[in-house]
Structures are given as structure tokens and as C-alpha cells.
Write a protein that binds this ligand. Structure first.
Ligand code: M6R
Length: 615
């Protein structure tokens, strides 16, 4: 999961590539580099660390002027993050240069073969092996760059999105893709390359999403040639029109993307509901369900696959589908599902959830399910992403670009789509009355406003964050619909503040975690439940009697928990099944403020990347 960028046209390539890398930095930030053909040779500048460091290096360099170039921001897989392992990687002759997102699994065998042929290696990367294999093929077979790339790729096992430039062919960039995303922006007499479209949205709205197993030879002032890697057959790709605009991906006055995205949730939810909810007519419109309603009505069970935060929204959906629509539902980590030989039968319904639409494990799990005849419904945020394209049908979440590594608005908009699905299916199955259905849809139409209200506790939450920022461990407890929110709250804290946190179903505490409770261990308890409220109150008492500190998330007007908790955060009242929309908001804010107070890099936490396109 790295980011790759490229440019070929009439402008200076360097600023376009550098800016593009900044937009893709969410994909990895262990090192970055740029290669430019400067009129006589390919010149490379690389730096360990973030793109700001590369930018400083670039200021010292003079020979990076040209209108053809490639760039890379890295999330390390093979070889530690340092200058030598940073991309772009040269071939032995320094004539070819490559950027690569993915993993070449058989790199070691290829490397041994190339060493026998006299090749030497400076880095520990699989990428340097690939570029030398391309060079070896080019010389041995006496072929042009495009053909050499194609022959070489037929020898590798693994995943890749690559862009290659050649000193002997400076008017070309060869790109190819298998398993990692790559798109080409088509301008007037110029082309842009990106792992997603953000590096070039201000230059062109025309985009081609390369498909797995495709290669393109992008040529200056000539048509791009598209081929299948495996058999050289020609392809005519579709040019898609982009709707994304630049202002949608900038910080707009917020200190961090994460905070901006937390505050965008009311709008993101409204955008996700737009056109799908008609209160006056009493209709939920989801074409992915409308078009396949019989499949859903005859479904014996639904299996939901996802990773990370998306997996938490799947867990909330398990409660929704079972309680509201009475459909047996299983939730699986995509990474486990794909390898455990699951029982999937023809026409089984699989829902795949992914913000990026590029998560390698989720994508592989979908392919596995489809190979067994399952019907796949994708819920993605990124339009045109691999998972969206691989699914049989589905719904976009319309959260807008999510740049902060910690997922926030993607989560609440995923829950929005899942909620619509659950209520719609319940109505279609005839298991709820018109009156109850109306109650649900009116409440759904109000979620955005209530989330807006929940955000107004921000200052209070900031004060609580100050008290607990030095905690070494935290426990998060919730029941029912709010058990997944306890998991999500713990994940948010872990990933951006590096404080150890665990989420548990509140009643499980007495089976082990209660041993952790002492005066230094804060417990965040979600206590908005209407069902089992008394039991949550008892859990809080149990913690109090062991001197544990309690931060409780309660519904406005709560009296009982207020009496016993050390700190309370009130959220707007709503029906039980919608409380996750309310309770997750203070947990996002709490993690955010703690991480900021600890001086952590909130938007780009260590060791993480926004989309995990490797296993
Ligand atoms: O793009 P996806 O929704 O498929 O990503 C799944 C996880 O990698 C992601 O949710 C991750 O856990 C987030 N960093 C959590 O905030």
C-alpha cells in the first residue's frame, strides 16, 4: 500500500508529481521519491520519511527539470524504510526506473537468477528485482520497453501497480496493474497517473481505471496502447467522468483531516441518504436491493466481510439485520474468511464493506465468494474502486474523500446504508407494520441532525481528554448495538494515540478484564441502552467498587449513571438501534483530543496506511 504518481505531457513534471504525492501520502509515509527524465538522463531524488523531507531534498537539487516523471510514497513491505529502499528504483544500467505498489512474491527466485546473469542489487526491495528483470528481458529479447514489461510481468507472482520510464524512450511511461489500484488521467496532450484520482483532479476530469492484468503504454502526442498482460490482446478502456472536486479533499481550516471528517458526519450522512429516503411516500430506495429483491427475500443468511473499522460497522449490521429484518447474519474478518475454506453456496448473499474499496483481504474474499457462486453486494466509499467494480451490485456511501487514516465518517455512513438496508428488507418481508416502518424512517432522516448535536459536547470531551491523556491502558465497554462501538472506540484510541485499549461486551468484564481494574485504569462505558440499562448500571458499580475511573456515555436526561460515573458525556436520545450513531461520536473526539495532546501525528499514525492493499 504505497502511492504512485506519474506525468507525461508538456508541463514541468516535478511540481505535479510532488503535489500528487502529498495527496497520496495517506497510503504510506515511510519514504518518498521522484524520478524525472531531464533531457539526457533519468534523475532521482529520494528521502526516508514523509514527503516534507523529500521536499527539502528537492530544494537542493537542480537536475530535475523535465516533463516526464514518476513518484512514489512508500509503506514498507520488503526492506526497512530507508533511502536505499525508497522508490523509484533504478535498473543496473540506470536507464530504467520504476515505482511499484504491491509485493512480488517470487522476487527471491528471480533475484538469484539475475545474480547469475551478473546483476547486482543495492536495496532489499522486490521492486529493484522487478526493474532488473525488465531490463534483462529488454536486452536479451531485444524488445522495446512495453514488451519487456509485459514479458517480465508474466514471470512474476504477486500484486503490483507499476509505472516505468526508460532513458531510451523518454516519450513513454509504461504502467500495469494486478491487485493494486492504478488510474490514468487523460488531459489534452498530457497524461497523469495515480493510485487514485486525487493527484490530478485539478487537471482533468477524464479518468481510465486500469483493470487487473492490464498494461498501458502511454505515449506523448500519440494514442495510449492498452493490452492484456497475459496474451497481448488489445483493450478499449472506458473513459469515466470524475465528479470529485479539489475543495472536497482539503482541510478547510481544521487542524487535521480527522477532525474535519468527524465534523463532516452530519453532512456525509445526509449525502448518503439523499435520493434514498422519501418520507412522504414512505419509501426507501436502494437500487442494489430493488433490482435483486427476490435474492434478498429468499436469503437464508447474510455473511458480511470487512476489515478494521468497516468490520465494526458490519458487527452493528449483524444486530440490525437480525433484530430488524430477522435475517440470520454472520460477520467475518475478510482475512480469515479468504483462507478458511468457508461454506459458501450458490446465490448466498455476501455483503462486502470497505471505505477505500481497495483492501486486499476484502477484495480477495469477494473473489473467493464469487468463485463459489455467491452474490456480492459492495458497500464502498470510493467510486470506481476495485471492490465496487468487483461486486455484483451495491451502494456507495457518499461520505466524500476520507483522508485521515483513522476512519470516522466512512463508519457512520456505512452504518447509514446498512440501516436503510435492514429497514427496507424488514418492510419487504412484511415483518414490520407501516407505523413502525414510518417511525424508523423518520428517525433515520433525523440522524444527521442528532449527530450534529452530539458534536456539541466537544469542549467537554476535550476537558476529559486532558484528565486521561496519560493513561497507559483503557477499557471500553458496551452492550448490544453498542458492543461494536466499544470495539471501535478502542481501535480509534489505539491507532492514533498508541495507548493500549480493549473493547469488551460489558457483561464479559467479569470473565477476566475486571482483574485489570484499579485506580489507574479508566473505563469508558456506553450506557445509553434502554434494554439492559440496569445491567450496565451494575457493571459500572462493579468497576467503581474496585476504584476504577468511569467515563460514561449516556443519553441526555440520564439520572442514574450520572450519580455514579466520574465523568459523563451526554448524547441525543434516539431509538435503541440508532444509538451507535450517537455514541461513536464522543469516542472519536476523545481519541482525537488525546492524540493531539500527546503530540501524535493524528492523520498519519506510525506504521499505518489508509488503504491496506497488501496482505
Ligand atoms: O478501506 P477499508 O474500509 O476496507 O479499510 C479497512 C481498515 O483498514 C480500516 O477501517 C482501518 O481499520 C482504519 N484505519 C480504522 O480507523
Amino acid at each position: 500500500m504505497c502511492g504512485i504518481v506519474g506525468y507525461l505531457g508538456g508541463r514541468e513534471a516535478l511540481p505535479i508529481i510532488l503535489n500528487g504525492l502529498k495527496r497520496l501520502e495517506y497510503r504510506g509515509y515511510d519514504s518518498a521519491g521522484i524520478a524525472i527524465y531531464n533531457g539526457s538522463s533519468i534523475s532521482v531524488c529520494k528521502s526516508k520519511g514523509k514527503i516534507s523531507k523529500l521536499e527539502k531534498q528537492l530544494q537542493k537539487r537542480k537536475n530535475l527539470s523535465g516533463s516526464v516523471g514518476i513518484g512514489h510514497t512508500r509503506w514498507a513491505t520488503h526492506g526497512e524504510p530507508n533511502n536505499i529502499n525508497a522508490h523509484p528504483q533504478y535498473s543496473n544500467s540506470n536507464k530504467l526506473c520504476i515505482v511499484h505498489n504491491g509485493i512480488i512474491e517470487n522476487y527471491s527466485t528471480i533475484k538469484q537468477k539475475l545474480i547469475k546473469e551478473g546483476y547486482t542489487f543495492k536495496s532489499d526491495t522486490d521492486t529493484e528485482v522487478l526493474i532488473n528483470l525488465i531490463e534483462y528481458v529488454k536486452i536479451k529479447e531485444n524488445v522495446k520497453l512495453g514488451e519487456a514489461v509485459q514479458i517480465a510481468l508474466n514471470q512474476v507472482i504477486g500484486a503490483y501497480a507499476i509505472a516505468v520510464i526508460d532513458n531510451d524512450k523518454p516519450d513513454e511511461i509504461v504502467v500495469a496493474k494486478l491487485g493494486s489500484p492504478l488510474c490514468i488521467g487523460v488531459g489534452k496532450d498530457e497524461h497523469f497517473i495515480g493510485s487514485d484520482v486525487t493527484p490530478f483532479i485539478e487537471f482533468t476530469k477524464n479518468v481510465i481505471y486500469l483493470e487487473d492484468g492490464e498494461l498501458a503504454i502511454i505515449r506523448n502526442h500519440k494514442d495510449t496502447l492498452f493490452r492484456k498482460i497475459v496474451d497481448d490482446s488489445k483493450i478499449s478502456p472506458t473513459i469515466n467522468k470524475l465528479e470529485l472536486s479539489l475543495d472536497k479533499i482539503e482541510k478547510q481550516g481544521f487542524d487535521h483531516y480527522m477532525l474535519k471528517e468527524i465534523y463532516e458526519q452530519p453532512k456525509a450522512i445526509q449525502d448518503t441518504l439523499r435520493g434514498r429516503l422519501n418520507i412522504s411516500k414512505g419509501i426507501i430506495k436502494l437500487s442494489g436491493i430493488d433490482d435483486y429483491i427476490n435474492k434478498f427475500l429468499s436469503a437464508k443468511k447474510i455473511t458480511i466481510i470487512a476489515c478494521g473499522t468497516s468490520w465494526h460497522s458490519a458487527l452493528v449490521a449483524e444486530y440490525m439485520f437480525e433484530k430488524i429484518s430477522r435475517i440470520p447474519t454472520e460477520v467475518e474478518y475478510a482475512s480469515e474468511f479468504r483462507y478458511r475454506d468457508p461454506v459458501v453456496e450458490r446465490n448466498d448473499i455476501i455483503i462486502a464493506i470497505s471505505q477505500s474499496g481497495e483492501t486486499a483481504d476484502t477484495l480477495a474474499a469477494i473473489k473467493l465468494a464469487k468463485s463459489k457462486g455467491a452474490f456480492v453486494y459492495g458497500i464502498c466509499n470510493v467510486v470506481g474502486s476495485s471492490i465496487a467494480r468487483e461486486s455484483d451490485t451495491g451502494s456507495y456511501t457518499h461520505a466524500g474523500p476520507e483522508i485521515g487514516v483513522a476512519s470516522t465518517k466512512a463508519f457512520t455512513t456505512q452504518m447509514t446504508v446498512l440501516y436503510l438496508m435492514a429497514v427496507k428488507l424488514s418492510k419487504s418481508k412484511g415483518i414490520i407494520s407501516e407505523k413502525i416502518f414510518r417511525k424508523y424512517i423518520v428517525e433515520i432522516s433525523n440522524i444527521g441532525n442528532k449527530v450534529h448535536k452530539a458534536l456539541s459536547a466537544n469542549n467537554e470531551i476535550k476537558k476529559i481528554a486532558k484528565k486521561f491523556k496519560s493513561a497507559k491502558n483503557c477499557l471500553y465497554l458496551g452492550r448490544g448495538y453498542n458492543f461494536p462501538i466499544a470495539l471501535e472506540g478502542a481501535l480509534k484510541l489505539k491507532e492514533i494515540s498508541y495507548i493500549h485499549a480493549e473493547g469488551y461486551p460489558a457483561a464479559e468484564m467479569k470473565h477476566g478484564p475486571i482483574a485489570l481494574i484499579d485506580k489507574d485504569m479508566p473505563t469508558i462505558v456506553i450506557a445509553t441502552n434502554k434494554i439492559n440499562y440496569d445491567k450496565i448500571v451494575s457493571n459500572i458499580q462493579e468497576i467503581k467498587s474496585r476504584k476504577g475511573k468511569i467515563i460514561a456515555i449516556v443519553s441526555e436526561g440520564d439520572k442514574e449513571v450520572k450519580e455514579i460515573a466520574d465523568y459523563i458525556i451526554e448524547v441525543p436520545d434516539t431509538i435503541e438501534s440508532m444509538t451507535p450513531f450517537m455514541t461513536v461520536i464522543p469516542l472519536q473526539l476523545l481519541s482525537y483530543h488525546i492524540a493531539v495532546m500527546l503530540g501524535k501525528d493524528v492523520d498519519q499514525p506510525r506504521n499505518l496506511a489508509k488503504s491496506v492493499t497488501v496482505e
